[in-house]
Design a protein around this ligand. Structure first.
Ligand code: UP5
Ligand code: MG
Length: 219
């Protein structure tokens, strides 16, 4: 009986290692990281909730949009192209965004990352997986009506060039046509944790906390 239990324990350990391996990946410098993708429409509250998650669960927040905006400001040779794409609500080529995300993960001492606003289309998703080998632990999806997202963005006042009604409509269209299929893909892999993001910030975070706490309990 003891021998059987020992063997069972060993087997379970191997299974757990395999599962962990599947949800992780390596960066070019060999660093192993754990990644959660945070997805949802424009203004659904990704950035707001990521700030809360960082405080409570020790992740580092990487907003793909913020990294691209920083790239424009840095005067990089891609800056003008990125700026034009963002103004039109279009998706910047994968290689640009993936390079920025990879660099940010390598430069940061943490090994747990929230990647906010990426992948935005199937090509982003497949390219990231191919280049980095990283499979997300899970995908947090903030589900919110367009009416509410529009209201939030229009009252945000952060001076973002894409926060005007014309670009907002384009961003919504790109989200439905290109980004929702990514969420459907992860749904088929049972990786999506869907949150009702139309509620007040505190209530949304309660739901988010429940997701992260159950992960913590498993580790
Ligand atoms: N707010 C938040 N939660 C609230 C709540 N529950 N109740 C009431 N108000 C709430 O929130 C938006 C506003 O709503 C804030 O004022 C907040 O206080 C309030 P925020 O947390 O900022 O929402 P978020 O989902 O982060 O909205 P954001 O506008 O940043 O989302 P987008 O996905 O549109 O923007 P992102 O920066 O990710 O991308 C911008 C552009 O960059 C894209 O359109 C694209 O052109 C380009 N891009 C790429 O090409 N590739 C990428 O990988 C990423 C971006
Ligand atoms: Mg944001």
């Amino acid at each position: 009986m003891k021998k059987f239990l020992r063997l069972l324990g060993k087997f379970m350990g191997t299974v757990i290692d395999a599962v962990k391996q599947e949800a992780n990946g390596c960066l070019p410098n060999g660093k192993k990281v754990q990644v959660v993708f945070v997805l949802g429409g424009p203004g659904s509250g990704k950035g707001t909730q990521c700030a809360n998650i960082v405080e409570h669960f020790g992740f580092t927040h990487l907003s793909a949009g913020d990294l691209l905006r920083a790239e424009i400001k840095s005067g990089s040779q891609n800056g003008e192209m990125i700026q034009n794409m963002i103004k039109e609500g279009k998706i910047v080529p994968s290689e640009v965004t993936i390079k920025l995300l990879q660099q940010a993960m390598q430069e940061n001492a943490n090994d747990k990352f929230l990647i906010d606003g990426f992948p935005r289309n199937e090509e982003n998703r497949a390219a990231f997986e191919k280049v980095t080998g990283i499979i997300p632990e899970f995908v947090l999806f903030f589900d919110c009506s367009e009416e509410e997202m529009e209201r939030r963005i229009l009252s945000r006042n952060q001076g973002r060039e894409d926060d005007n009604i014309e670009t907002i409509r384009k961003r919504f269209k790109v989200f439905v046509e290109s980004s929702l299929p990514v969420i459907e893909y992860y749904e088929s892999k049972e990786k999506v944790r869907k949150i009702d993001a139309g509620k007040p910030i505190g209530e949304v975070f309660e739901a988010v906390k429940a997701v992260f706490s159950s992960i913590d309990a498993k580790v």
